[in-house]
Design a protein around this ligand. Structure first.
Ligand code: NAP
Length: 337
C-alpha cells in the first residue's frame, strides 16, 4: 500500500485529493496544525475516518523529519499555505515566511531522510502576475504582484534548485484558480454564489464587488487534484501549468449566477475599496503539456462548473429550499456566449 502525506488537508484541494488517493488504495496521512479544528471538507466527502491525522508544525524541520521517519511516505503533497492574495497584503511577512520556509523544511527533510520520496508543491499562476504574452507557459517570465505571489515564486525556485542540485523527485503544479463547493467563502466565486443565494430571500441586500472588468482562467478543483497525482506518477519530475486554457470576465461570472438565481443585476454595487492594489486585466494558461505528457483530461466549460456549484450550494443551504424548483428545471443555459 502506497503512503501519501497531504499538508493542507483541511482546505479545498486537500479534501478532494484525499478522496482521490483513497479511491486509488493509498494510506492517506493528513497533516493538521490543530487536532480540534473542524475538518469540514473531509466530513462533507464522508472520508474523515479513513484519513490518519497527524499534528505537525511545518515551521519546524525536526517535526517534518519525525513525520517522514514515522510514515516513510512514497509521496508528499504540500498544499498548506496562506493562500489568500488579499490577506497576503495584510500579513506579508507571515505569508512569505510560512509559504517559503515550510517548503524548504520539506526539501531538506527529504534530502536527509530518503531521496526517493516524491514531493509535489502547490504553486500558483499568481507567480506570473504582470504577463505580456498569453497564454502563460511554464517558462513564461515571472512578475509577481503580491506577497503571496512572491512567496510561491520563491518556493518554486527552491524546488527547481533541489531537483537540479540533489536530483530529488520534486515538482510543482502551477495551478490557475479552481473552485468547488469546498472553497472558502472569502474567495470570489464562492462568495458571490453564497451572497446571491442569500439575496433571493432578502430583497434589500446588494452584492458589493471590486473590479469586475478583469478576466481569469477558472477550473474545477476535483479535476485539478487529478493532475497533482499524475505529476507524482511521472517518471521524470517536471513542473506543469494546470488550467482550463481560457479566461472569463468576472462580470460575466456574476451575471451568470444572478441570471441562474433570477436576481436583478442592478443590485451589483462596485466598491473600489474591494479592488486589489495591483491587478492585471487578463491571464490564462496553456495546459497542452499537461494533457500530452501526463494524459490529464480537462474539458469543462466554466459556466457548466458554475451551474454545478450553484446547485450544490443550494442543496446544502437549509434556507434556500425555495430555490430547489430551479434545480429541477435543469441548467439555465449560458447567459453570455
Ligand atoms: P485553502 O482551502 O485555503 O487551504 C489552505 C490550507 O493550508 C488549509 O488546510 C490550512 O489549514 C493550511 N494552512 C494555512 N496556513 C497554515 C499554517 N501556518 N500552518 C499549517 N497549515 C496552514 O487552499 P486550497 O484552495 O485548497 O489550495 C491548496 C494550495 O494550492 C494552496 O497552497 C494554495 O496557495 C494553492 N493554490 C490554490 C489555488 C486555487 O485556486 N484554489 C490556485 C493556485 C494555487 P487550516 O485549516 O489550519 O487553516
Amino acid at each position: 500500500m502506497k503512503v501519501a502525506i497531504i499538508t493542507g488537508i483541511s482546505g479545498q484541494d486537500g479534501a478532494y485529493l484525499a478522496q482521490l488517493l483513497l479511491s486509488k488504495g493509498y494510506k492517506v496521512v493528513g497533516v493538521v496544525r490543530d487536532l480540534n479544528r473542524k475538518l469540514h471538507g473531509l466530513e462533507y466527502l464522508g472520508i474523515r475516518d479513513q484519513v490518519t491525522l497527524e499534528l505537525c508544525d511545518l515551521w519546524e524541520q525536526a517535526s517534518i523529519l519525525r513525520l517522514l521517519v514515522k510514515y516513510k511516505p512514497d509521496e508528499i503533497y504540500n498544499l498548506a499555505a496562506q493562500s489568500s492574495v488579499g490577506l497576503s497584503f495584510e500579513y506579508p511577512i507571515e505569508t512569505i515566511k510560512f509559504n517559503f520556509v515550510s517548503v524548504l523544511n520539506f526539501l531538506e527533510a527529504i534530502r536527509l531522510h530518503d531521496k526517493n520520496t516524491r514531493f509535489y508543491q502547490a504553486s500558483s499562476s499568481e507567480m506570473y502576475g504582470m504577463v505580456s504574452d498569453l497564454p502563460v507557459r511554464i517558462n513564461s517570465p515571472m512578475h509577481p504582484l503580491s506577497p503571496y505571489a512572491i512567496s510561491k515564486a520563491s518556493a518554486f525556485w527552491m524546488i527547481v534548485n533541489y531537483r537540479e542540485a540533489y536530483k530529488l523527485h520534486c515538482c510543482t503544479g502551477v495551478l490557475f484558480n479552481h473552485e468547488s463547493y469546498l472553497r472558502s467563502s472569502n474567495f470570489f466565486v464562492k462568495k458571490v454564489i453564497v451572497e446571491a443565494i442569500k439575496m433571493t430571500s432578502n430583497p434589500d441586500m446588494v452584492l458589493r464587488v471590486g473590479n469586475l472588468h478583469v478576466r481569469r482562467d477558472f477550473g474545477y478543483s476535483p479535476k485539478y487534484v487529478e493532475a497533482m497525482w499524475l505529476m507524482q506518477q511521472n517518471p521524470v519530475a517536471k513542473d506543469y501549468v494546470i488550467c482550463s486554457g481560457t479566461s472569463i470576465l468576472l462580470e460575466d461570472i456574476v451575471h451568470h449566477i444572478f441570471h441562474r438565481l433570477g436576481l436583478d443585476t442592478g443590485k451589483i454595487v462596485v466598491d473600489k475599496n474591494l479592488s486589489r492594489l495591483t491587478d492585471i486585466e487578463d491571464i490564462y494558461g496553456d495546459n497542452r503539456e499537461a494533457v500530452s505528457d501526463l494524459g490529464w483530461d480537462y474539458n469543462l466549460d466554466f459556466y457548466q462548473v458554475l451551474d454545478m456549484l450553484i446547485d450544490e450550494e443550494i442543496r446544502n443551504t437549509p434556507d434556500a429550499q425555495h430555490l430547489a424548483a430551479r434545480l429541477s428545471e435543469g441548467p439555465a443555459g449560458h447567459f453570455f456566449h
